[in-house]
Each structure stands twice: as C-alpha cells, then as structure tokens.
Design a protein around this ligand. Structure first.
Ligand SMILES: [Zn+2]
Ligand SMILES: [Zn+2]
Length: 340
C-alpha cells in the first residue's frame, strides 16, 4: 500500500476539483469552487467540556473561523454531542456565518431551540426523509446559481450504528446490541441543552450532489451504516455514480457485513475513513472503549476496507489527517479530481 502525506494548498475557488477538509469525528468541510457544505461541526476536543455539553468557543473560532468561505449549509446526521455540540457556536459566533442555515432532524431543531436565540431558530431547517431517489435542491445565493453552481441532497433515514453488541452471547438467535442516548426529543427545549439532551434523535445518511456547468461530484456521508436487510433505504438506489464515501470507522464492528455490504452497493471511486480520531495521532481525549468494549478493531477494519476495494472504478482509500491552518497554507486537504 502506498502511503503519502495529504496535500497542502492555498485557498482557491477553481471548480476543477473537490477539496475536503477534515476536522475530526464526522466534521467535514466539502468545497467545490464557490460552494461548500459542512457536516457535523464538532471540535470541542476536551472530553470534560464535551461531557458537560460546553462548546469550546475559542476552538470553534480557531478552526471554522479560518475557513475563507462560509459553508452554504451545515448538515447534521444525528444529534449526539459529537455531531451537534459546536453548531450553535459556529452559527452565532463566527461573524461571516451569520446567514448559514443548518439542516437536521426534528430532534436537532428542538435541541437547538434550547439556546433561545430567534435568529438561530430561523436558520434551522428540518429535513424529512426524501422520496427515495429524489434529489432535493438546496437554496444557494443567486450569485452562485447564476455562475452555474448547484447543490442537491438526499436525506436517507437510517438508525444509529450500535455502540456495542454482544454477538458472542448469541443464544437462540438472541443477540444484544445498543446505542447510548438513543432517544427522540419531541418538544423544543426551554433551556440550553445539557449532555443528556443530546439524544441521537432521527438519524440520516446524506447524499450530496455538487454541480458546476458540466462537472459534478456525488458525495455520500455514510454516518450511520446499518444492515441493508433491515434498512434498505438507508443507502441511495443502485446505479448512482458516487465519487466519495465517508465511511464510519468507530463502531464499525457492530454492523454485520459492514463495510463490505455497503461499499459493494455504493461502489465509490474514493473511500475516506471517518469518525475515528486516532488514525495518526494519539488523542488523550478520544474515547476508545465504551463500557469496556473497544470502539473498533482498527487493524481489522483497515484490512476489511482494502479487501472489498477491487470493483470497477475504484481509485483509492484515504485515511485522513486533521486539517491544519498555517498562515495562508492549509495542510492535509483531500483533493479529488473529477472523473476522467
Ligand atoms: Zn452518535
Ligand atoms: Zn458520533
């Protein structure tokens, strides 16, 4: 396997390639020319702050505040703190982001309403499961659409990948698996969310299509893979030419046949591993075990991903490093050229 460092770039808005920044967990900034999306903003690295549901304002500004171009929207796959905790800070405290909308579940909206900020409330949109296979256009500025840009998405309802499973205890076909904080929030919070309020809520995988004139990129945020036999519509219909899949790494062992089943169905050109912060660095605050069970057997997962990557059109697997800003240079950006 060839190993090479990620690219270092300077910011540009040429619509000739996809530029992907990863900020840890499931937080990706996906830029294509003058359009961009951000998924699951979460950079409050300190476990104690996370446990107390305190968004780290300095870290949010230090990270997202350095993006030269605000995203056209933020998408939230589910409402756990490691996906949602820093959204309100980014939306309210970064001055150039004062019009950025957020798309998430009904639970996501009700949790954010707990901050009691009417401007924030107006900017939070509830996604519905889209009719299977239909693209939903995302509103973007007239200036960008006049230049030939568009963004569309599909919200594909799934369930939260279990945090733990006890397959070895399989007795009479009974296996036990579970997800922590897997409740639904069914009414607006009346005060700022505590850690117990960050319940998963409804869970979505998102498919995004970025277009400019004749160039397009299709990107799948596979935030919560589940077995297709139980959740057939958690993946898009077969035959959509997918460029990039972000594949969940943490909890991967808890879904039978993941990643094989899902990747063989999606057949992306590029697989980017996601939601596991210790690929290259040991992070003292990364949770590696839940209730005594390892989050993932990372060696095995890497082997599993490599094993399936032999279908026509496959190009590469990317194990990402966290994007860093260094003056005008941006390090560890994943660049994806359009299909030849
Ligand atoms: Zn979660
Ligand atoms: Zn998570």
């Amino acid at each position: 396997m060839e190993v090479k460092p990620s690219d270092t770039i300077r910011f540009d808005t040429n619509p000739d390639r996809l530029q992907i920044y990863w900020f840890g967990t499931a937080s990706h900034y996906i830029q294509f020319g003058e359009i961009a999306l951000l998924t699951d903003p979460f950079v409050t690295a300190e476990l104690e702050k996370h446990r107390k549901a305190q968004s780290d304002q300095l870290e949010v500004k230090r990270t997202f505040g350095r993006l030269k171009q605000p995203p056209d929207a933020i998408f939230i796959g589910h409402s756990h703190g490691d996906h949602l905790l820093d959204a309100h800070t980014a939306m309210l405290k970064i001055s150039t982001w004062n019009q950025v909308p957020l798309y998430g579940s009904q639970s996501t909206q009700y949790i954010l309403m707990g901050h009691g900020n009417s401007d924030l409330n107006d900017r939070v949109k509830v996604v519905k499961s889209t009719p299977y296979g239909e693209w939903v256009p995302l509103p973007i500025s007239k200036q960008k659409s006049d230049k030939g840009y568009s963004i569309e998405y599909m919200a594909l309802k799934t369930a939260h990948t279990p945090h733990f499973s006890f397959a070895p205890l399989l007795v009479d076909n009974f296996s036990f698996s579970g997800t922590l904080l897997d409740g639904i929030i069914d009414k607006p919070l009346s005060k700022p969310p505590t850690s117990m309020d960050y319940q998963s809520g409804e869970v979505y995988n998102f498919l995004f299509r970025f277009r400019h004139d004749n160039t397009e990129f299709i990107v799948m945020m596979l935030g919560s893979p589940m077995p297709l036999i139980d959740y057939p519509q958690s993946l898009p219909p077969q035959g959509i030419p997918i460029d990039v899949v972000f594949g969940l790494t943490a909890n991967a062992d808890n879904v039978n046949d993941y990643p094989k089943e899902q990747m063989e169905r999606l057949k992306p050109r590029v697989i980017i591993l996601s939601h596991f912060n210790n690929f290259f660095h040991k992070n003292a605050d990364e949770i590696l075990h839940i209730e005594g069970h390892p989050l993932v057997d990372i060696e095995q997962y890497l082997l599993d991903v490599q094993k399936i990557a032999d279908y026509p059109g496959f190009e590469k697997i990317i194990v990402p490093a966290i994007t860093e800003f260094d003056g005008d240079l941006i390090r560890n950006v994943i660049l994806i050229d359009s299909k030849k």
